[in-house]
Design a protein around this ligand. Structure first.
Ligand code: THG
Length: 371
């Protein structure tokens, strides 16, 4: 099946859009209402770049929601389940957001820019509107907007030498999720040690939307000695590494899940003295007992193609869970998957199956991450 999605004003272009098209982007997805490159024509060698060298990704669709003003910290704490303790500018955190039913609705990286200014670097759901409504209903004194900030990721083992070549040796000492301001030939940036892979690297948040093509070219040029190539966050590496993709794993499949089920229980501060969205529901969920868990699966048989819908997992004809994503892993030479399974099913279960292209495929449970 081949078709096109029309370019039009209803979907936004990233500040790196022109640069990625010129660089050979062949396929885009839509994330936070914005085109995001999916691959550049050769996903297999783009994956190899990520594992062995360094890949550069237009992840500007990881949009920022800025919360600023006297009550900014109060709102940020109220929106996330995590007990943030001390909040320190320059120190990012992974912060689940839930709705009032205790279902995950986003899992952003929180960037405390200043004491009264924060960014949520969001996954694929409309947190700007959600935050505006909650702030208004609670009468908090904040301004909520989308700042001029667009991340370009460099990921892979050689990203560290590339960052050092671009910005200097301080990048070697930057700790995970920490960030600071920097300039590249006058281009204003935030440089963060982060990124949506487990191969290590940085995210360069461009702070001037007019300079996307320029930044892309400079990073590409500086990356040449390290074998840099364009790419995109990919299913294979993300599933191998067990990283959650909120949109894919929960939202677009219409399968809400709570943080306990998703393995994010440590990031739910039920002992917090202050209230937060979802606290009451999450307390009740824990008291009632968590009934399902997110895990990996190995799907027997020849290479599968990526699924477009959740796939029910069957045990003796009963539905006991679902696969949210599956992919052929070239590194493991196996079909690997993530999904949710009922806790009545043991890790050693040998009677699990899915239907794939009209045939039965057996599967077994495997721990995350795969690698
Ligand atoms: N970087 C930035 N924004 C983002 C993402 C990103 N927004 C969308 C999406 N990714 C948000 N989701 C995640 C999911 C996992 C991680 C980061 C963002 C991640 N997790 C580590 C892990 O699971 O091992 C560490 C988690 C922790 O500290 O507990 O990195 O990638 N800017």
């Amino acid at each position: 099946m081949t078709f096109h999605i029309s370019l039009g004003a209803s979907i936004r272009k990233s500040v790196f859009f022109d640069a990625t098209v010129a660089d050979g982007a062949k396929s885009f997805t839509v994330y936070n209402h914005m085109y995001m490159p999916a691959h550049f024509g050769d996903p297999a060698s783009e994956y190899e770049k990520l594992i062995h060298d360094v890949a550069m990704w237009d992840v500007a669709a990881q949009r920022q929601v800025e919360i600023a003003g006297p009550d900014a910290e109060t709102l940020v704490r109220y929106l996330t389940t995590r007990d943030l303790g001390q909040v320190i500018p320059g120190v990012g955190r992974y912060v689940p957001l839930c709705n009032y039913e205790g279902s995950l609705i986003n899992d952003p990286v929180l960037l405390p820019i200043e004491a009264d200014r924060f960014w949520f670097s969001i996954a694929d759901s409309d947190i700007e509107l959600w935050s505006q409504a909650i702030a208004r209903e609670k009468g908090l004194d904040v301004r909520i907007s989308e700042p001029d900030a667009s991340p370009l990721a460099i990921q892979g083992p050689k990203a560290f030498r590339l960052a050092e070549a671009l910005f200097g040796s301080w990048t070697r000492d930057l700790r995970y999720f920490h960030f600071r301001e920097a300039k590249l030939d006058g281009i204003p940036l935030l440089v963060a040690r982060s990124g949506w892979s487990k191969q290590g690297g940085f995210e360069l948040y461009l702070l001037d939307h007019t300079r996307g093509t320029e930044l892309y070219a400079k990073v590409k040029e500086a990356g040449r000695p390290f074998g840099i190539g364009p790419g995109a966050p990919g299913d294979q590496e993300r599933i191998e590494s067990g990283l959650l993709s909120y949109g894919t794993d929960c939202r677009h499949l219409n399968h809400p899940a709570n943080p306990f089920e998703l393995g994010l229980g440590k990031l739910v501060g039920l002992d917090r003295a202050d209230d937060f969205v979802g606290k009451r529901a999450l307390r009740r969920i824990l008291a009632d007992g968590v009934k399902r868990r997110r895990t990996g699966f190995i799907v027997e048989g020849p290479a599968v193609t990526a699924n477009q819908e959740a796939i029910p997992i069957l045990s003796l004809g009963q539905e006991v869970g679902y696969i949210s994503e599956m992919v052929w892993s070239t590194r493991l030479t196996q079909n690997i998957a993530t999904g949710i399974i009922g806790n009545q099913v043991e890790d050693e279960a040998s009677d699990l199956a899915i239907m794939f292209n009209g045939e039965v495929r057996s599967l077994t449970i495997a721990a995350l991450p795969f690698i």
